[in-house]
Design a protein around this ligand. Sequence first.
Ligand code: ME8
Length: 647
Amino acid sequence: MPTYVTTPIYYVNAMPHLGHAYTTIVADVYSRFRRLCGDDVRFQTGTDEHGEKIAEAAAKAGETPRAYVDRIAAAFRATWPHLSILPDHVIRTTDADHIKTVQDILQRVYDQDDIYFSEYSGLYCKGCERFLTEKELVEGRCPDHLVAPKPITEQNYFFRMSNYQEWLIDYIHANPDFITPERYRNEVLSFLSEPLEDLCISRPTSRLTWGIPLPFDPNFVTYVWFDALINYLTGIGYPDDPNFARYWAAAEHVIAKDILKPHAIYWPTMLRAMELEPYQRLHVHGYWNVDATKMSKSLGNVVRPRELVEAYGVDTVRYFVLREMSFGLDASFSSNAILARHNADLANDLGNLFSRSLAMIDKYVGGHVPERESGGVFTPDDRELMSAVSAMVAEYRAYMDEFAFHRALQAVWEAIGLLNRYIVTNAPWELAKHSRQTERLHTVLSFLAEALWKITLVLGPVMPGTAAKMATALGMTGQFASAVIDDAVIWGGIPGGTVIGKSGPLFPRVEKEVEPAAVATAKQLAKEEADSGLGEGLISFDQFKAIDLRVAEIVAAEKVAKSDRLLKLTVKAPEERTIVAGIAQYYRPEALIGQKVIVVANLKPAKLMGIPSQGMVLAAKERLADGTERLVVTTVAESVAAGSQVT
Ligand code: ME8
């Protein structure tokens, strides 16, 4: 099946930063995922090089627009390989074929009387490069650029966008997946509940010359959005190239919320005027902030992706951004958070599981995957492992398809947690001591190898380099190159006898957080704000992040002798530890066993009634009408692997 994935084309008035990297990583990961599902994928990114903003930036840099756009466009293009991003096509709006297509389309829409000439007075925001409606302003200012838009009256050409309003509303209602997540669909529908104005699609050459000349009036250039959106068509050779016929119907655009309106309103109505089908889906994500502050050049806290790659490695950066941002909502970057993800999720959970499993296969069965005994007896543990890993693959697939990347990764990490527990419960090192347990040892190790292979396959789109390393270490290099997601569904994918290689650590631990210069600046700002007494009573995101909250399973509970208040709990989080909790008046010990509670895992150990307590169980304290109190331990709403982080 064809799939066509696009990112916005980025303005060349700034160097690539974390926000651009995020959208492009998402599009790359999704493209790789669809390929893994067997689709024929075309993935396109590019640069938006016309318009006022660019002309101004070039003037500021003391360069001609041409030289300036060439330089910055090259910087964007050079960034992608560092992030393991592999687009099939990188488009520039200054490409000759794009300019021709834009002019052909303008002429056609003009000839059919969907473009007219008129005078217009409106409030113009230079940052947005468009006229804003009164309703869009917040306290008289553009909410994105925080400046009051300028009243402008001028003669221009207009696209009869309003003619297509009713059609667009009906189309969005009839196609619930057209704009996702739903919040953005609702935002667009709400915007469309007011009458739509026609779209001004020209700029007089007296004001701007750096643009595509209107084919029917040389005194005007094309408005940058009418030019830019058409990149999605020119990139696949509209109208005559077979790629256009093949991919257009399968177009999926990925953008952030800042450019929702042009993509959800201008673009579908433009396509309708051209008598083309709308794109398939528009995927809208939120904004990256830095340490809870808006990322902006003027604040000097712009995070550069290359700095992060140098400090943590490319796959950590890709994993981090997908795991940390719930697609659709804003997220905050902090050096703490990426360090924690690197060391806990990657070095510890995944890296240790992998190297430990390979080392056991090497040591106990001579470095090749053992045959699972045919007709061997599977224990409930084996069955749990099989069904959980199969369920993980299904969940992963469904979540990736709906752009819920953080959930897809959560599902994979639950399976990783389960595998770590499977090793502990089945203790291959014990089995290896007794020859009568050889069959069992073989079964356990072959399940491990097989589950790791499935994890390798699903991680491929997110962490291509790491997955390739894992595949090589598992002796599956060839199979990996041609793998499809269905290979992760079948049990028996890694044949007995496969020779396992050696693997160095997949993710060497990073001991100290490496702070991009930009983050340091943001911290300084936050500190100044705190010093100024502004956020009193509030804690920073970093302070919150310092508390390691985990899901812990209570495996044993008993009263503490000579205490009415204390219970001694043994919990798994995922390693076993003792916690003494002051909840004896509210819980019978046996009622707690099996409960999954939330604990503070990095509290300094303390002795209570002589018993060392390593952590604290969180509980809600309710004050009852009679003045007494009641404690209720906090649990999780759904089953979650012990040791999972609460974030
Ligand atoms: O708007 N967080 O270009 P642009 C997340 N040329 N994503 C961010 C971000 C942030 N803080 N900052 C930027 C344009 N982005 C037009 C697009 S398309 C036909 C024309 C990402 O350089 C995000 O994808 O301002 C956002 O939509 C895009 O960069 C805006 O890039």
